[in-house]
Design a protein around this ligand. Structure first.
Ligand code: DQA
Length: 145
């Protein structure tokens, strides 16, 4: 099974971006963690990041025929994008939403998500470990088919 791991805007800056909130790990470190976890779990992972909403939406469209699930950290688009929500719904794939930081400890505008209520589950505040846990969950979920 292939799981598409999608990362939204500004996550390319991880490592130097607000390290008190997001830690010192880079996106490449997280990609490595996902690759190792996928190998352990018998999954194939495609790991991507974009700062362009339309590009993310097109990746979600293509996932429908190619992937078994989507792990997404939509970053700021979590709180703004009906278009990403609609694309995820159209994909008909199981979705797990991941955030590095605990969004519920932060500004009120981060407490609302356009994705959470259509996701299998949501993990936030566990840093990169959230990506690992989400992939382990996908491995269990997808073993059934
Ligand atoms: C984030 C949380 C979002 O509120 C924020 O806009 C991000 C990153 C996280 O991983 O903690 O860019 O998704």
């Amino acid at each position: 099974h292939t799981v598409l791991v999608l990362n939204g805007p500004n996550l390319n800056l991880l490592g130097t971006r607000e390290p008190a909130t997001y830690g010192r790990e880079t996106l490449a470190d997280i990609a490595g963690l996902c690759a190792r976890t996928a190998e352990e779990c018998g999954l194939v992972v495609e790991f991507r990041q974009t700062n362009h909403e339309g590009e993310l939406i097109e990746w979600i469209h293509l996932a429908r025929s190619r992937c078994a699930g989507i792990l997404i950290n939509p970053a700021a688009w979590t709180h703004t994008s009906v278009a990403i929500r609609d694309a995820l719904l159209a994909s008909e794939l199981p979705v797990i939403e991941v955030h590095l930081s605990n969004v519920h400890k932060r500004e009120p505008f981060r407490h609302r998500s356009f994705v959470s209520d259509i996701a299998v589950g949501v993990i936030c505040g566990l840093g990169s470990h959230g990506y690992r846990t989400a992939l382990q969950h996908f491995s269990q979920l997808l073993q059934k088919d």
